[in-house]
Design a protein. Structure first.
Length: 274
């Protein structure tokens, strides 16, 4: 990567370690992609595979090995409340989009974020299949690396929601959550929350949203990507996100190119939809 192309003024060491760790986790996942994955269920609707747990172990070893004073919050690790006493916490989803991984759809990713004092400061997302590596540092832009090529990300310039495409959950679509929106918005069903947020950051979709519960690890890296690419993110009520909470669950996620944000919020707030 060229230093001139993407100057790293802060969190340089953290970014280098996070990128390397995410790539190692992505390699471990890819080695198990396309085979007969052994699937078990944490809950009746939450699958987990060997790839999830191995990626989690790799990330934890590399990130906390480099920064042992930091705290840890991961989908695949037992939550340790000591994280609430720490300023810095790594928020990780080792395999976001496990259903897509099982179904052999390349819409899953490794998602790694560092939150400092409740604010996402660094985010890294890697798609193991496409080898695309997205990263962002707060105040320093969002970037995409593919091989030796690096480009700065920018959200779509689309000005109105009616002419926009919104990436939404394939599972929620199948469950009928968006039936009342079909005449108001153009929706595309896509898997993986981190994957969808990366699409918004790179300008391939004008936004993504859900009014269903999502955990901090689903979105911490992706929301930073969107804002650093020029977009906007909020809860349905318009408030900002705070990370490393005692209950790390958000009840709504709205992320857009910024230009259509208020319009989308107005549509989603209509009586009878939620």
């Amino acid at each position: 990567m060229s230093e001139a192309a993407a100057p790293i003024l802060a969190l340089r060491a953290e970014l280098l370690v996070a990128r390397d760790a995410a790539r190692l986790a992505a390699d471990a996942i890819l080695a198990r992609y396309g085979g007969d994955a052994e699937v078990r269920y944490k809950t009746p609707i939450e699958p987990v595979t060997e790839a999830d747990t191995i990626a989690d172990e790799l990330l934890r070893t590399h990130l906390l090995g480099a920064f042992p004073a930091d705290a840890w919050l991961s989908e695949e690790s037992v939550d340790d409340p000591v994280r609430l006493e720490r300023s810095r916490v790594w928020i990780v989803d080792p395999l976001d989009g496990t259903r897509e991984f099982i179904a052999r759809r390349p819409e899953f990713a490794v998602s790694v974020a560092l939150a400092i004092d409740g604010v996402a400061a660094l985010g890294v997302i890697v798609n193991p299949v496409t080898r695309e590596l997205f990263w962002a540092i707060r105040g320093q832009g969002a970037w995409l690396e593919v091989g030796s090529s690096i480009t700065r990300l920018a959200v779509s310039p689309a000005p109105v929601a009616s002419d926009s495409y919104f990436a939404v959950s394939r599972t929620e679509t199948r469950q009928g959550h968006f039936q009342r929106l079909q005449h108001d918005l153009r929706l595309r069903s896509i898997g993986g929350m981190a994957h969808k947020l990366a699409l918004v950051a790179r300008g391939s979709s004008e936004g993504t949203f859900t009014l269903q519960n999502r955990c901090e690890w689903d979105v911490a890296a992706g929301l930073l990507l969107v804002t650093e690419a020029g977009g906007a993110v909020s809860h349905l009520d318009g408030t900002a996100f705070t990370f490393n909470q005692p209950a790390p669950t958000f009840h709504s996620i709205i992320a857009t190119n910024g230009r259509v944000h208020d319009e989308l919020l107005s549509v989603l707030r209509r009586p009878g939809y939620r």
